[in-house]
Design a protein around this ligand. Structure first.
Ligand code: COA
Length: 705
C-alpha cells in the first residue's frame, strides 16, 4: 500500500495536466524548449502554455494567466525570471495545483534565501509542493512526460535518476541516450527548498517500472532521514550514488554550488555501505552499473569463473575481481572435471579457464554451455583478445544468445572483447542491443562487482535493533551539574559516571580529598594503582605532572598524592582542585577506541578502531550511522585493517568481540538518549579474552538543549 506522501508524489510523476508558466514563442528560450519537449515526448495529458500575450504556441492555445485555464492543473512548470515566480503562485493556488517544478535560478544558491522561503511558505499554505527551484525539470516515462529543457529524445527503461546538479542532469539525459540506457524517470532537485531526494526515493521504492535508482548528490541536508529511506530502497532494488565533494577542495566547491554543506566523505562512504548503496566514483561507472544492474539477474551465490583466450587479460580480470570483491571459483579438481572435456588439451582449467590463443568461437560455445549447466558456477566473465584464427563473425551472435540464456537461467554474465576495428564494432553492436559487452576487463568486472556487492547484502533480513538499558536519570544529573558550572566538557570522573550508567565496566576508583583518604582508598582497591588530578582547570593532566601510574604500595601513593598536588599548584595556582582520583590500574589488554558524535549531515554516528597508533597514525577506524544492530556492528569491527589483532596473533587468545559489540551499542545508546551530549569518546576501552573495561571517557555537551 502507498503511504500518503508517496501517493501524492504519484501526481508529480503522472499528472493529468501540466501548465508551463513562461511558455514562449521564441525558440531560443527555455520556456519554448520545455513546451517543445513535452509535445515531442508524446505526453497525453492536458498541456496549458501560459504567456501574457496569449495566442498559440506550437499549435497549442496559450492562456494569458493561470486563472483562465479551464479546470484544475496538477503540475505547473515555472520558467519566468526570479522576481515573477512568487507573483505567479497565486494563479497556481487558484487552480489547485499540487506540484510546482520551478526551473528559475536566482534563489538560495546565490543568497536570495528570503525569496525562496517566501515561495515555500506560500506553497505550503496552499497545499502545493515544490521541486527546485534552480532545476532543469523532470522526465517521467510512465506518462511520456519530458518536462525538461534537456534533449528531446529520452529512451524509456528501468533506470531512475535523481540529480542535484541540473547541468550534469541534462548531460546525463544525453549520455543515457548514447549509451542506450533506458530511463523510467529523471528528476533534478536543485536547491531542495521543499522536496528532496528522500521524498523522491520514497516514491521510487514502489515504482514498478524503476529497476535501479541512481543519485547524483552534492550535499545532504537531512542525512538521518535519507539513511532510513535508503535502507528501505536497497531492500527492494539497487541504488547507485555518485557524490561529488570527495576531495577537500571539491567539498568547498560543492558547498558553495548549491548552498548545502557536503558532509565528511569518509562518513558518507561508510554510511552508504551501511545502507547497501553502491557508490560509484564517476558518472561513467555509475551509468554502466545502472545499465548492467537493471538488466541482469542477481547472483544467488559466489563462485564466479573467468573464461579467456589470453593469459594476460585473464590476470587483469583476476586483479579486478579482487578489487571489486568478486570471489572466484577455486576448486581446481572440480573445474578440471568440468572444463577438460570442452577445451584444447594444452589449455588451463585453473580459474581463469584459459582456452588459449588457438580457441575458436566453438570452444567458447562449449565452455558457455558447460558453465551454464554447472550449478556450482554462479556467474561468468568472458574475455576475448583478438587473434587471427578467431571467427569473430560467429562470436557476436553466440554472445547475444548466451547472454539471453544466462539471463533466463538467473546467472549474470559479462563479456570483454579487446582488439581492433572489427572487435570494437562488435562491442558497439552488442551494447546497442543491451548485451553487457565492454572493451576493458576492469569495466566489465566492475559492473559484476557492483552487482555482487548489492547481492551480498540483499536478502539479509533487516536487523532488530536492541535498545541498551541506560540509567538516563543518573546521566542527566551529571549533565545538570556540568551545565550549572557552565562547562561544555565532563571531568574524567563525570565521564566515568556516564559510561557506568550505561552499564559499561569501568575501573574501580574514588576521589581522595587528602592523603589519608588516598591511602584508605588505595587499600580498598588494591595495587597497582593509578592517580590523577581532578580539576576543571587542568585538562592536559599528564603534561603538568597530574598523573602517576603503576603505584605499588602505600608509600608510593602518599608520595604521588603530594607530587600531583604540588605539580598542579605550581602549574596553575588559581586552579580549583576537587581532589585526586585513585583508580585500579587495569591489566594489559588490547586498547580500542569507541566514539560517537552528532554529524551535521547524518545525525548521531558511531566510530570504532584500535587505540594508539592505529587510530592516531593509521586512521584505521570505521563509522556507522546510529541506530545500528549487532550484525552491522560486527561488520564495522571487521572492516578495520587491524581486525586480525582482535582474533589473536602470535599465540594470543581471541578477544571478547561480543563485549566490544555491547560497548558500541551502549555508547550509541548514550548519544541517542541524551540530546545534550554532542561527542563521546572512550579511549581506551581495553578488551580482554573475557570482558572489557572503559578506562577513560571524554564527553562534550552542548548548552542548547
Ligand atoms: N506568466 C506567464 N508568462 C510570463 C510571466 C508570467 N507571470 N511573466 C513573464 N512571462 C513570459 C515572458 O513574457 C516571456 O515570454 P515571451 O518570450 O513571449 O516574451 C517568458 O515568460 C519568459 O520570460 P523572459 O523574461 O523572457 O525570461 P527568460 O526566458 O529569458 O528567462 C528563466 C527565464 C527562468 C529561464 C531565467 O530567469 C532563468 O532562471 N534561467 C536559468 C535557468 C536555469 O539554469 N535553471 C537551472 C537549470 S539546472
Amino acid at each position: 500500500m502507498m503511504k500518503s506522501t508517496e501517493s501524492n508524489i504519484k501526481i508529480l510523476f503522472e499528472p493529468k495536466s501540466i501548465a508551463i508558466i513562461g511558455a514562449s514563442q521564441h525558440k531560443g528560450k527555455i520556456g519554448y524548449k520545455i513546451l517543445e519537449n513535452i509535445v515531442a515526448g508524446g505526453y497525453k495529458g492536458k498541456i496549458y502554455p501560459i504567456n501574457p500575450k496569449g495566442g498559440e504556441i506550437l499549435g497549442i492555445k496559450a492562456y494569458k494567466a493561470m486563472e483562465d485555464v479551464p479546470g484544475d492543473v496538477d503540475v505547473a512548470t515555472i520558467v519566468v525570471p526570479a522576481e515573477f515566480v512568487y507573483p505567479a503562485l497565486k494563479g497556481c493556488a487558484a487552480k489547485k495545483t499540487k506540484f510546482l517544478s520551478i526551473i528559475t535560478s536566482g534563489f538560495s544558491e546565490i543568497g536570495n534565501v528570503e525569496e525562496e522561503k517566501k515561495i515555500v511558505s506560500f506553497a505550503r499554505e496552499n497545499g502545493m509542493r515544490i521541486l527546485g527551484p534552480n532545476i532543469f525539470g523532470f522526465f517521467s516515462a510512465g506518462v511520456s512526460l519530458n518536462a525538461t529543457f534537456g534533449p528531446k529524445e529520452v529512451k524509456k527503461g528501468g533506470v531512475a535518476i535523481i540529480t542535484q546538479s541540473g547541468a550534469l542532469g541534462v548531460a546525463m539525459i544525453g549520455k543515457t541516450a548514447v549509451e542506450n540506457i533506458g530511463l523510467s524517470a529523471i528528476i533534478s532537485v536543485g536547491n531542495k527548498s521543499d522536496l528532496d531526494e528522500t521524498d523522491l526515493l520514497r516514491y521510487l521504492i514502489n515504482h514498478e517500472e524503476t529497476k535501479v535508482i541512481m543519485m547524483y548528490i552534492e550535499g545532504i541536508k537531512d542525512g538521518a532521514r535519507l539513511v532510513g529511506i535508503l535502507k528501505e530502497a536497497t531492500a527492494k532494488k539497487p541504488v547507485i550514488v555518485v557524490k561529488s565533494g570527495r576531495s577537500k577542495r571539491g567539498a568547498i566547491a560543492a558547498a558553495s554550488h548549491t548552498g548545502s554543506l557536503a558532509g565528511s566523505d569518509e562518513i558518507f562512504d561508510a554510511i552508504m555501505k551501511q545502507c547497501n548503496v553502491q557508490r560509484a566514483e564517476n558518472i561513467k561507472d555509475a551509468l554502466e552499473w545502472c545499465k548492467f544492474l537493471s538488466n541482469s539477474p542477481v547472483p544467488t551465490a559466489e563462485n564466479a569463473i573467468i573464461i579467456t583466450n589470453g593469459g594476460g587479460i585473464g590476470v587483469l580480470a583476476t586483479d579486478a575481481c579482487e578489487k571489486y570483491g568478486i570471489k572466484l571459483y577455486d576448486d581446481y579438481e572440480a573445474l578440471k572435471k568440468t572444463f577438460a572435456p570442452v577445451m584444447p588439451y594444452f589449455g588451463s582449467a585453473k580459474n581463469p579457464i584459459d582456452l588459449t590463443g588457438q580457441a575458436e568461437s566453438s570452444h567458447y560455445s562449449l565452455a558457455f554451455t558447460t558453465s551454464l549447466k554447472n550449478k556450482n558456477i554462479s556467474s561468468l566473465i568472458s574475455l576475448y583478445c583478438e587473434t587471427a584464427v578467431f571467427d569473430i563473425q560467429n562470436f557476436e551472435p553466440l554472445i547475444e544468445e548466451t547472454y539471453k540464456k544466462y539471463k533466463a537461467a538467473g546467472k549474470p554474465i559479462v563479456f570483454c572483447l579487446v582488439g581492433g576495428e572489427k572487435v570494437e564494432e562488435c562491442v558497439k553492436s552488442l551494447r546497442r542491443r543491451d548485451v553487457p559487452a565492454f572493451n576493458d576487463p576492469y569495466e566489465a568486472v566492475s559492473c559484476l562487482g557492483a552487482l555482487y556487492s548489492y547481492a551480498n547484502y540483499h536478502g539479509e533480513s533487516s536487523e532488530t535493533i536492541d535498545k541498551p538499558k541506560l540509567d538516563v536519570k543518573s546521566i542527566e544529573e551529571v549533565i545538570k551539574k556540568v551545565r550549572a558550572e557552565n562547562r561544555s566538557f565532563l571531568l574524567s570522573n563525570e565521564g566515568q559516571a556516564v559510561v557506568k550508567a550505561a552499564g559499561m565496566p569501568v575501573p574501580q576508583s574514588y576521589i581522595a580529598r587528602n592523603i589519608k583518604e588516598a591511602a584508605d582508598y588505595a587499600q580498598k582497591i588494591g595495587y597497582p594503582l593509578v592517580m590523577k588530578i581532578v580539576s576543571k582547570d587542568i585538562l592536559h593532566k599528564s603534561d603538568v605532572g597530574g598523573v602517576a601510574l603503576d603505584l605499588q604500595n602505600k608509600n608510593e601513593v602518599i608520595e604521588a598524592y603530594e607530587a600531583i598536588i604540588n605539580n598542579c599548584r605550581t602549574h596553575n595556582p588559581a586552579a580549583t582542585i576537587d581532589g585526586v582520583e585513585v583508580s585500579e590500574m587495569v591489566p594489559h589488554g588490547t586498547e580500542l577506541i569507541i566514539g560517537a558524535r552528532r554529524d551535521p549531515s547524518f545525525g548521531p554516528i558511531v566510530m570504532f578502531g584500535l587505540g594508539g597508533i592505529y587510530v592516531e597514525v593509521m586512521k584505521d577506524v570505521s563509522f556507522r550511522a546510529i541506530p545500528v544492530g549487532r550484525r552491522e556492528i560486527l561488520s564495522m569491527i571487521k572492516q578495520i585493517r587491524s581486525y586480525p589483532l582482535l582474533l589473536g596473533v602470535r599465540g594470543e587468545a581471541q578477544k571478547d568481540i561480543e563485549s566490544v559489540i555491547d560497548s558500541i551499542i551502549k555508547v550509541s545508546g548514550i548519544i541517542e538518549s541524551c540530546p545534550a551530549i554532542t561527542d563521546i569518546e572512550i579511549n581506551p576501552l581495553v578488551v580482554y579474552e573475557k570482558g572489557v573495561k572503559a578506562v577513560d571517557a571524554r564527553i562534550l555537551i552542548s548548552h542548547l538543549k
